[in-house]
Design a protein around this ligand. Structure first.
Ligand SMILES: *Cc1c(COP(=O)(O)O)cnc(C)c1O
Length: 395
């Protein structure tokens, strides 16, 4: 492969760009994971990750990708033959459902056209019908990374409460944590699963699992087999900053630095930044005359925008041209959206000029691929970015 001068543009919606400060933090000599310096660090990051989930409840850290967090959520709280509510709303929701089936759970699936999230009304109706409370948990993806649709978790919580249904609310926050507002305690979430390689700006390798009192109670009687993913030894060790097996030590150095960056910018400012970038991206898409996959403005994702290529034009062909000519990686269409959709990740360590470069690469790629579109996308995006340049959260 020929040398590509300049920086690679990594615009897939995770793994995301890692800031130099985090890379440097990770490149430190390994410590004894049972020694005093590491256990102090363990204690510190276990405490400091809580505000990112907006919770006072325990958050566990497993050495795994986010998928491990899904499994941990299920095996600790459910028993063989239990029914869970799942959603055919996008590829990640479908994969979580597939895992539930593999573990011996029954699924009650609600389906959409993959252009919107689960509707609170249909969840309420399905739960109200479940008079004998067969449904033990609801497996909701907060930010569906495959189509750029963000579920309305707060409204869904209210729908569950209106149906007076006791199911546990489990939320995959893997591509929203640290990019979009997520309120574990206020929204009455029972288990939330996060990952390190998206909004948290780290390499893959840490799965975060936040647990409510109700989920902990369920874990006392749940009968699915569990070993590696067992919460009990994780929680018992964590008070002393310890882990039942070797934690991903150097990623903890990176996590501490990621939490420093988050504190310095401010979580609410980070959400505003992501929301500006998402809106600027959608304005570019609209000016090009293309269509976002997400069809519900209340559910636009803050971290990723999925865009349809016009009928008869390959999205993978477009991505290939953009990678080869401009050294930029965009996300592929997943599952039934394969080759129909390209995805622009705008999350993590990302700024206005990176977005301008990203959208510039897309616009040039559209031209080079002879995909019908109008010009002016970049201008529309820049107008929005500059109009809202100074936006900050209220102090
Ligand atoms: C990336 C992602 C996953 C999968 O996480 P891995 O870390 O790849 O296991 C699951 N859910 C969502 C919403 C994601 O964005």
């Amino acid at each position: 492969m020929a040398y590509h001068p300049g920086r690679h543009f990594l615009q897939v919606p995770g793994p995301t760009n890692i800031p130099d400060r985090i890379l440097k933090a990770i490149a430190a000599p390994v410590l004894d994971h049972r020694g005093p310096e590491f256990t102090k660090l363990g204690r510190e990051v276990l405490d400091r990750i809580k505000p990112v989930f907006k919770t006072r409840q325990p958050v566990m850290i497993f050495p795994a990708s986010g998928t491990g967090g899904w499994e941990s959520a299920l095996v600790n709280t459910l028993s063989p033959g239990d029914t869970v509510m799942t959603f055919n709303t996008g590829q990640f929701a479908v994969l979580w459902e597939k895992m539930a089936k593999q573990l011996g759970l029954n699924v009650h699936t609600l389906t959409t056209d993959w252009r919107r999230g689960p509707s609170p009304e249909s969840i309420e109706a399905a739960l109200a019908e479940d008079k004998s409370h067969q449904i033990k948990a609801i497996l909701l993806v907060h930010n569906e990374t495959s189509n750029g649709v963000m579920s309305r978790v707060a409204e869904i919580r209210k729908a569950i409460d209106r149906a007076k249904h006791p199911a546990l609310l489990m939320v995959d926050t893997i591509s929203s944590l640290g990019s979009a507002d997520f309120r574990f305690d206020e929204w009455g979430v029972d288990v939330a699963v996060g990952g390190s390689q998206k909004g948290l700006m780290l390499p893959a390798g840490l799965a975060f699992v936040a647990v409510s009192e109700k989920a902990l109670k369920a874990s006392k009687t749940a009968k699915l087999p569990r070993a590696f993913w067992d919460w009990e030894p994780m929680l018992a060790n964590s008070t002393g900053g310890n882990f039942p097996y070797t934690p991903a030590c150097n990623l903890f150095f990176g996590l501490k630095e990621a939490l420093n960056l988050i504190d310095e910018e401010g979580l609410e400012n980070i959400f505003i930044r992501h929301s500006r970038h998402a809106e600027a991206t959608r304005r570019a898409v609209q000016a090009w005359g293309l269509e976002t996959v997400c069809a519900e403005p209340l559910e636009y994702s803050q971290s990723v925008t999925a865009v349809f290529t016009p009928e008869g034009h390959s999205a993978d062909g477009l991505r290939k041209v953009i990678l080869e000519r401009f050294n930029m990686a965009l996300g592929a269409g997943l599952g039934k959206l394969a080759d129909k959709v390209f995805r622009i990740g705008h999350l993590g360590d990302f700024n206005d000029l990176m977005l301008a470069g990203t959208l510039g690469g897309v616009e040039m790629g559209l031209s080079l691929s002879n995909i019908p579109h109008k010009s002016g996308g970049i201008v529309a995006a820049l107008d929005h970015l500059s109009a809202q340049a100074g936006l900050r959260a209220a102090a």
